[in-house]
Ligand binder design. Structure first.
Ligand code: NDP
Ligand code: MG
Length: 392
């Protein structure tokens, strides 16, 4: 029986993970469930999964959580705040940590799980984008293993020999990440001037949280994934390509020196990647519809529209600049996306805010967590200034 800590249990990845745990009660148990503020949803999950621990990251909701759990007669113990998240990620009895918090808020618990040598199932791509070198160092210090949940990286992992080998030794020429193109594929900049958060969050293939949905609409999601692939697999920017594949059936590909190209296919359902990582190196049924190639008929591929969706190249530029540049890109993007979702920033201005921060803030080497958090904060303040200036 593997004991799982689900950080971000009330989110979209959290729900898919818990669906799998519920399908395999003999193999997996939800030992820790963590949320940010959604006490009601967390309590409902505690009633269903009876975890040993519940964590509420916003400590202002701790008393409410304790009261409601007690009201239901549950013996679930409670942790709160960011210290509570870290404690939950490092409990001795936890085998696997599912890092499914959205944004930089997930960084410290992700690092703590890596340092503690847990099997780390990484959905929280912002953590590796911000702090790639620190996360890799924490993983080797902890001696645990990282399995990517992001569908593209999970696909690459599955197409590589032995998961995350040295790419040159393995004869890999190139990684090809597929992108659906998001809800605005084929649109022009004029079309995009007045799009709303509801339009940006209506993804054609995947049902996801609001932040990643907006990232998919700007193609920043693919940009973050290019950086994620660089850190996960040690591939340089030149060896990572992006191809638009509107059906989201091919989740990514690995091209080898001999001309072989291996791909992983499946319906766009995150349970496949999560089931792979939970059961690795075994396999379990994920409850996912089987692929019928004849019914699909055709698969399409096209180049991304880099002139309209400039976030993709901003991410490549941040990766090439190195150091804290990916953290600056991520922080600026988180602030800009939040402002867009609040109706304070037009869609096309998200890329302008990110470009402005990358222009104004010089990248520095990543030394330690404190320095990195400082760069993150500086970038957020700069982004806020640019957003305020745009509104004024
Ligand atoms: P959701 O918005 O659906 O869920 C986010 C989760 O994180 C919720 O449980 C939320 O709790 C929690 N959370 C938010 N802020 C904080 C905080 N400050 N401290 C602690 N917990 C917090 O997001 P998704 O599930 O869509 O995405 C999660 C991560 O997985 C993201 O990094 C995303 O990029 C990545 N990912 C998602 C995919 C998907 O298909 N959804 C695919 C690939 C990657 P609460 O409910 O209390 O607010
Ligand atoms: Mg992805």
């Amino acid at each position: 029986m593997k004991r799982i800590a689900v950080l971000g249990a009330t989110g979209s990845i959290g729900a898919s993970t818990l669906d799998l745990i519920a399908r395999h009660p003999d193999r997996f148990s939800a030992h820790v469930l963590a949320a940010h503020r959604n006490v009601e949803a967390l309590v409902a999950l505690c009633l269903r999964f009876r975890p040993a621990w519940a964590v509420i990251a916003d400590a202002a909701f701790e008393a409410d959580l304790r009261q409601r759990l007690a009201g239901h007669g549950l013996s679930t113990r409670v942790l709160a705040g960011s210290a509570g998240l870290t404690e939950a990620a490092t409990l001795t009895e936890v085998d696997t940590v599912v890092a499914a918090i959205v944004g930089a808020a997930g960084l410290e618990s992700t690092l703590a799980a890596a340092r503690a040598g847990k099997r780390l199932l990484l959905a929280n791509k912002e953590a590796i984008v911000m702090a790639g070198p620190l996360l890799l160092a924490a993983l080797s210090a902890g001696g645990g293993e990282l399995l990517p949940l992001d569908s593209e990286h999970n696909a690459v992992f599955q197409c590589l020999p032995g998961g995350r080998p040295e790419l040159t030794t393995a004869g890999v020429r190139r990684l090809v990440l597929t992108a659906s193109g998001g809800p605005f594929r084929g649109r022009t900049r004029t079309d995009l001037a007045a799009v709303t958060p509801a339009m940006a969050c209506a993804h054609p293939n995947w049902s996801m949280g609001r932040k990643i949905s907006v990232d998919s609409a700007t193609l920043m999601n693919k940009g973050l994934e290019v950086i994620e692939a660089h850190f996960l697999f040690g591939a340089p920017a030149e060896a990572i390509d992006v191809v638009v594949h509107p059906q989201s059936i091919v989740h990514s590909l690995v091209e080898y020196l001999d001309g072989s190209v291996l791909a992983q296919l499946g319906h766009p359902d995150m349970r496949t990647a999560i089931a792979h990582a939970l059961a690795w190196p075994g396999r379990v049924d994920a409850g996912v519809r089987r692929l019928d190639l004849v019914a699909l008929g055709q698969l399409g591929f096209e180049a991304p529209d880099r002139a309209t969706f400039t976030c993709l190249d901003l991410a490549y530029a941040a990766l090439r600049a190195g150091g804290t540049a990916p953290a600056i890109l991520n922080a600026a993007n988180e602030e800009a996306v939040a402002a867009f979702l609040d109706g304070r920033l037009p869609f096309l201005a998200i890329a302008e805010v990110v470009a402005g921060c990358l222009d104004r803030l010089a990248a520095e080497p990543v030394r330690d967590l404190a320095g990195l958090l400082d760069s993150d904060l500086t970038a957020r303040r700069e982004a806020q200034r640019i957003i305020a200036a745009m509104a004024g």
